[in-house]
Design a binder for this molecule. Sequence first.
Ligand code: GCB
Length: 590
Amino acid sequence: MLRPQETSSRERASLNGLWAFALDPGDRGRAEEWWRGPLPDAAEMPVPASFNDVPATREARDHVGDVWYQREVRIPARWEGRRVVLRFDAAAHRAVVWWNDVEVGRHEGGYTPFECDVTEHVRFGEPGRVSVVVDNRLTPASIPPGIVDVLPDGRRRQRYFHDFFNYAGLHRGVWLCATPRAYVDDITVTTEVSGTDARVQYRVEVVGGQVTEVVLRDADGRERARAATAEGTLDVPDATLWRPGRGYLHRLEVRAAGAGGETDEYALPVGIRGVAVDGDRFLINGEPFHFTGFGKHEDNPVRGKGHDDVLMVHDFALLDWIGANSFRTSHYPYAEEVLEYADRHGIVVIDETPAVGLNFEIAHTLVPGDPEHIWAAIDDTTQAAHRRAIAELVARDKNHPSVVMWSIANEPDSSRPEARAYFEPLVRAARAADRSRPVCFAQVQLPPDQDVMSDLFDVICLNRYYGWYVDTGDLVTAERELEAELREWVRLHGKPIIITEYGADALAGAHSVSAATWTEEYQVELLEAFHRAFDRVDSVVGEHVWNFADFATGYGVNRADGNKKGVFTRDRRPKAAAFALRRRWTGKAT
Ligand code: GCB
């Protein structure tokens, strides 16, 4: 799905700002058809933002169910005759949208965009009312899954099986867009590199018209190739490549014309680069790439998962300062602004679906008393939602050069034959959607001989907590066991290995000469023990510390004010580990 753009034929207006907002704890809104008029007792809510922490009430923070957003939108008179679309960059976790009294769209999945075509419903030059109901419930059939308990007093309580707070709402941008009635609907670009020569394959989908011109320009605007067909290959000799650390972007200008003579124009940034797995190497442009960086979260005080350009640019500045060349979008697709920034600055991304929490715990909860596994506890609707999540991730992010691999799940139970049966078709679906990138999943701490599905994937991605959840406080054993396990993966699979999570909680300001757990010293020493083991195993091609920054979690006795495995605090101050990583990744002493 193409991102809204301003071009000679397109306009977009941001609908961000303050919207009317109402929690709906009694489920009255749908029954009383709140979209038909102003929301009752409405508060104001900024968009984009997760709604939970903004009102400073327990009711908002712990709300389970529907919330309502509403605002007036005026359609410019000059848009008469054009196609008009509302675009939601995200609504967590499912939403229904009305223009005045008419339902114009619905979507499930909290981290991917959707559009509502309102052309037939708007009156040009006049205002209309946009109402959105957003439901934050996680169920056994949603991705990520969860369970809603109804308590004796009628309240709902949300349980979920992932370690980050269930922030929700309209936490990314909302747009009003105009295009010609005949318009460029989608573009798919893949690139191949051989030496400095490149091939850019493209496919354009046009609704109501035909492609008239496709022009590839370099960053200085110089034309490098041209075509006039909807699909084809552009040869680009001596191309300037997109590289880690240097986000060089070309531009693919696409023009299309409708029967009525109207033309549409879209300009897609294109990074020319090649990605491949060869034996136990991960290659970008034919050269071995070693991932340094983090699993991150979209998480900030007050905003929750609300996208904010200030915080985004600051996070990228800190990644640069610390010498990180990459990150994983743990555990859901991040805002498109983040991927565009990564494209422009040469940061490498492992792009993950929201399939997190398909683990042992939910199985026990769904089937009480029976030590069964997740795959017996869920049904095909979960897999169908997971398949849609993969399809929507690839559809949204397929053209980003920064994205070098798809991670289709985080820490599913991969120990049962049923897991293989569940994942085999999903891996096939991911490959069918995009043949140009490797596919992985992040594996929970499980010995290699108990894992039944890693052979289906291209890269072995391991989340490992030796010295923290196992061998707690004993880094000598942790280092030995980690190395032994890594060697076993090499022996069994011979594939590249990325440690997609390793780390320890550290309370900023807690110190100890003997490096006790929860201190900054212990966090540093644990990372160093892991690094010694990585450096002895050639197949390790990546190290992503868990986590970039401290983040909010659900309530639990193992979490004090959130997860503290950040090497930065939640407000982005460095712990000792940040300096240690900077020394390792940049070679700089201070
Ligand atoms: C994991 C999960 C991550 C958690 C982390 C932890 O394995 O993938 O979501 O936050 O461990 O800190 O426990």
